[in-house]
Design a protein around this ligand. Structure first.
Ligand code: IMP
Ligand code: MG
Length: 178
């Protein structure tokens, strides 16, 4: 594991080894649930990409992947729009939405509603991080790697102003550097 020498880091919440081990456990749960079926993982750019690739490689059933990108409006929290849509339809497919973090739940709820309108066979949520203490709208998170405290975190895809996504561990951001 890289040492937390970056001034942006307050402390490491989950090491690279802990993250990988937990992703493998969740991948096993997912393989068990969808065994005998094909699965489509949908990841939200850019934060979920790191989680998606590690998760996908640990899942042992055939799967497809697709991506979408969203943009949110600073002036209107909870308002999200699709900036890049999926390449393919999801009708009659088993779909798992792969998220980096579910925080207030607004983004996830928007995505769920949008995807549900396209009539997938099933639609679930899998998130690397879940911060339930900040939840405003309820969303059914089926697979979660870690529950986290109410602190801003970076690494494993999560950014601060687009930086630090590439950290191999999940760290609490140093508030003085934020
Ligand atoms: P929500 O709509 O409030 O659930 O938040 C969704 C988005 O906020 C996530 O997809 C992240 O991009 C961002 N976000 C929330 N908390 C954090 C954090 O601690 N670090 C980095 N990004 C975060
Ligand atoms: Mg972000």
């Amino acid at each position: 594991m890289a040492s937390p020498a970056l001034p942006a880091i307050d402390r490491i919440l989950f090491t690279e080894e802990q993250v990988s081990a937990r992703i493998r456990e969740v991948a096993e749960e997912i393989s068990g649930k969808y065994r005998g079926r094909d699965l489509k993982l949908i990841a939200v750019l850019k934060g979920s990409v790191f989680f998606l690739t590690e998760l996908a490689r640990a899942i042992e059933i055939p799967l497809k992947i697709d991506f979408l990108a969203i943009s949110s409006f600073r002036s209107a929290p909870g308002m999200v729009r699709i900036a890049k849509d999926l390449d393919d339809p999801i009708q009659d497919e088993d779909v798992l939405l792969v998220e980096d973090i579910v925080d207030t739940g607004f983004t996830t709820r928007f995505l769920l509603q949008t995807l549900a309108g396209r009539e997938p066979r099933s639609l679930g949520i899998c998130t690397l991080l879940d911060r339930t203490v900040r939840r405003i709208v309820q969303v059914p998170v089926e697979f979660r790697c870690f529950e986290i405290p109410d602190r801003f975190v970076i690494g494993c895809g999560l950014d601060y102003r687009q930086l630090y996504r590439n950290l191999r561990y999940i760290a609490v951001m140093n508030p003085d550097k934020g």
